[in-house]
Design a protein around this ligand. Structure first.
Ligand SMILES: Nc1ncnc2c1ncn2[C@@H]1O[C@H](COP(=O)(O)OP(=O)(O)OP(=O)(O)O)[C@@H](O)[C@H]1O
Ligand SMILES: [Mg+2]
Length: 346
């Protein structure tokens, strides 16, 4: 087998555990066969995926050459704890601006905020896509009522994103047999899937790509920060958390890796009684503003703990689209503040 034939054969190998090939995942670098020695360069993001692919190649090709010389060229260098996004790649050149919605802790309302600010941007006439980067607990399809859809490919072999409420939507939940199929992925596979969602989805031109980040600071956050120029990070928190280390840690992480913070959203901030509409400041007021002031980042707004927000969201009826005038305004005001405080390319 010469270099060209080997490259073709390698491209067609299926990555262990998923239905995509090594070629489709763009894991092959330079391939050269010289005097019965095959030199194979792998473009991998983590050591784990390098070892997986190396083993796969050895199993299939060891008997065809005198020696396999499999090397790796790491695509993204892991610095310190979180990598360094000072000079990130741009895997999404079709998106003018990337907004990452994050939090220090899970369950604070990131996904709900992501969906509603993406729709609020679309309501202003912008072209918007939302990428569900929560590859282990994807729920953007449920929140946008697209969870029965399954991905399809267009004639250029690109994935067609789902679409609803004026935004384009991509999530691993659209690729599994049913939306609640559990995803037990190695992190290298999850990261590769995400890269594919950036590169192989027919997003078209976007003014904004909103990314719903998974909670915490793992491989996925690292990848996003390294592979995309994030124009603005929106930090979602709750009043119980405002004074905690989780919020401080998240703010420090973004400062560390050089990602610009658009500001803080305080979710489930106060309670509106469903029967009387009375507002109760259960956790006091002003926590979000205080923490924003402490770190000198903008306070983008507060959203109440509201039963209708939860019920609507769970049914795939986003409050900014189908909720009351007040509910719409919470998210629309936050979007106005994000636009005011960030330096977007629009
Ligand atoms: N303002 C709100 N009022 C009432 N319920 C809310 C509000 N915001 C979010 N919720 C509800 O809280 C739950 C968690 O919200 P969501 O899934 O958006 O959080 P998350 O931070 O994305 O969680 P995870 O870390 O698990 O991804 C959901 O049931 C959602 O409907
Ligand atoms: Mg979520």
């Amino acid at each position: 087998m010469n270099s060209k034939d080997l490259k073709e054969a390698l491209s067609a190998l299926k990555y262990p555990g998923i239905e995509r090939t090594i070629g489709e995942l763009k894991l092959l670098g330079e391939i050269k066969v010289v005097a019965h020695v095959a030199n194979i360069e792998l473009l991998t993001i983590s050591d784990e995926s390098y070892l997986n692919v190396k083993k796969l190649i050895e199993e299939n090709f060891a008997n065809k050459y005198e020696r396999l010389n499999i090397t790796k060229k790491n695509l993204a260098k892991k610095d310190m704890n979180y990598g360094n996004s000072a000079a990130p790649n741009n895997r999404a050149p079709y998106a003018k601006n990337i907004i990452a919605v994050t939090s220090g802790k899970g369950g604070v309302g990131k996904s709900t905020v992501s969906v509603n600010i993406a729709i609020a941007l679309a309501q202003k006439g912008y072209k918007v896509g939302i990428l569900d980067a929560d590859v282990y607990g994807p729920n953007i399809p449920r929140l946008t009522n697209t969870d029965v859809e399954r991905i399809q490919w267009n004639d250029d072999d690109k994935i067609i994103p789902a679409e609803n409420y004026g935004i384009k939507i991509m999530s691993v939940a659209l690729t599994t047999p049913t939306q609640d199929t559990p995803l037990v992925w190695r992190s290298s596979v999850a990261v590769n899937a995400l890269i594919q969602f950036l590169e192989d989805v027919a997003w078209g031109e976007l003014d904004f790509m909103v990314i719903d980040m998974p909670p915490g600071t793992g491989d996925v956050q690292l990848t996003i920060a390294q592979e995309l120029p994030i124009a603005a990070a929106v930090l979602v928190t709750t009043p119980q958390l405002v004074a905690t280390d989780d919020v401080s840690r998240a703010v420090m992480m973004f400062k560390d890796i050089g990602v610009k913070m658009a500001g803080i959203v305080e979710n489930m901030s106060f309670f509106i009684a469903p029967d009387t509409g009375t507002r109760y400041d259960i956790f006091g007021t002003g926590g979000g503003e205080k923490i924003a002031a402490k770190y000198q980042i903008p306070f983008l707004g507060a959203i109440p703990l509201d039963m209708q927000i939860r019920e609507g969201s769970d049914k795939g009826e986003p409050p900014v689209s189908l909720g009351s005038a007040e509910q719409k305004k919470y998210y629309q005001d936050i979007v106005e503040n994000i636009l005011t405080h960030s330096d977007f390319n629009i």
